[in-house]
Ligand binder design. Structure first.
Ligand code: CO
Length: 297
């Protein structure tokens, strides 16, 4: 990790932290989800950076990847357990952070939110050069189970690279064997999810988040302008909302064609069982020569 790269990660992280804090203050019953997400993304741009991935805010049993459609009118409700997960990139170097908000009137999700935050703190206390990712996962699992909840076992933390939101190593949310070692110079995100269900998510519903995973093959009827706009994100995740100045049908056709040829991946919402509540807390950190620096704290 050279000085320029870490400086870009730091700048991205500062913006991400401010956006997360703004969102936590402004997510309230009656507020539109899309307003929160679009405000985050416009603040990121106003500060001279770009979204590292589309801002997302999942409610209740939806653990991740709820991203508003361009015309989404969904509002937060009293009683919701809300996640907000956002990314910022500066010259391709990404910071990724998330927090949860309890919108119940009696504070009933506060222990769940606290369990995910405490698990993140326990994980960070475990981080060091030579530490295996399985030890991080064990710290997360112990903390969440001690609070009476379950970690979501099929969601993980991850390394962060240039123009890449997910690089090795995966950092499990439970004691999943020993795994690879953390090494000095790594930038990575740890993101414990705590829930009052079994702790497994599955894909459900329409995807609003996409990512180019390989160069597109030439295909008849591919909208060249749209393709250029999609490729300008250089493999970072994107959302339908990013392309509202393009023809809606052309966008659907292009997404469909690219997905069918395997160059574009779709990321639908990830859900636990209906009725289960999920909370998430996430920071991006740098393991430097002087130890861990939590960039989004
Ligand atoms: Co993440």
């Amino acid at each position: 990790m050279d000085a320029y790269a870490i400086d870009c990660h730091r700048q991205a992280a500062r913006i991400a932290k401010d956006c997360r804090e703004w969102a936590v203050q402004n997510i309230r019953p009656g507020v539109e989800v899309r307003y929160i997400l679009e405000s985050i993304e416009s603040t990121i741009r106003d500060r001279g950076a770009h979204p590292g991935f589309p801002a997302q805010s999942s409610r209740n049993h939806i653990a991740a990847h709820y991203c508003s459609a361009p015309n989404d009118e969904l509002t937060y409700q009293v009683g919701d357990c809300v996640k907000v997960d956002l990314g910022v990139h500066v010259d391709g170097y990404v910071a990724d952070t998330a927090a949860s908000v309890d919108l119940s009137e009696d504070g009933r999700w506060a222990p769940l939110v606290k369990a995910s935050a405490d698990a993140l703190a326990a994980a960070i206390a475990t981080v060091g050069s030579g530490v295996r990712v399985g030890e991080i996962g064990a710290a997360i699992e112990e903390t969440i189970e001690a609070a009476g909840f379950q970690p979501v076992r099929n969601l993980t933390g991850h390394g962060l690279g240039r123009w890449k939101v997910h690089t090795p190593p995966q950092i499990p949310n439970y004691a999943d064997g020993s795994g690879p070692e953390l090494r000095e110079g790594m930038v990575f995100a740890i993101e414990p999810f705590a829930c009052n269900g079994k702790g497994y998510i599955r894909e459900c519903g329409r995807a609003e988040v996409f990512m180019m995973v390989r160069p597109p093959k030439k295909a008849k009827g591919l909208d060249r302008e749209l393709l250029k706009a999609i490729e300008s994100w250089r493999g970072l995740p994107i959302a339908r909302r990013y392309f509202q100045n393009h023809d809606e049908q052309a966008l659907e056709d292009t997404i469909g064609k690219l997905a069918r040829q395997g160059s574009l991946m779709r990321y639908p919402p990830l859900v636990e069982e209906e009725g289960v509540m999920v909370a998430q807390t996430e920071h991006t950190m740098y393991l430097g020569p002087d130890g861990v620096e939590v960039l989004t704290a």
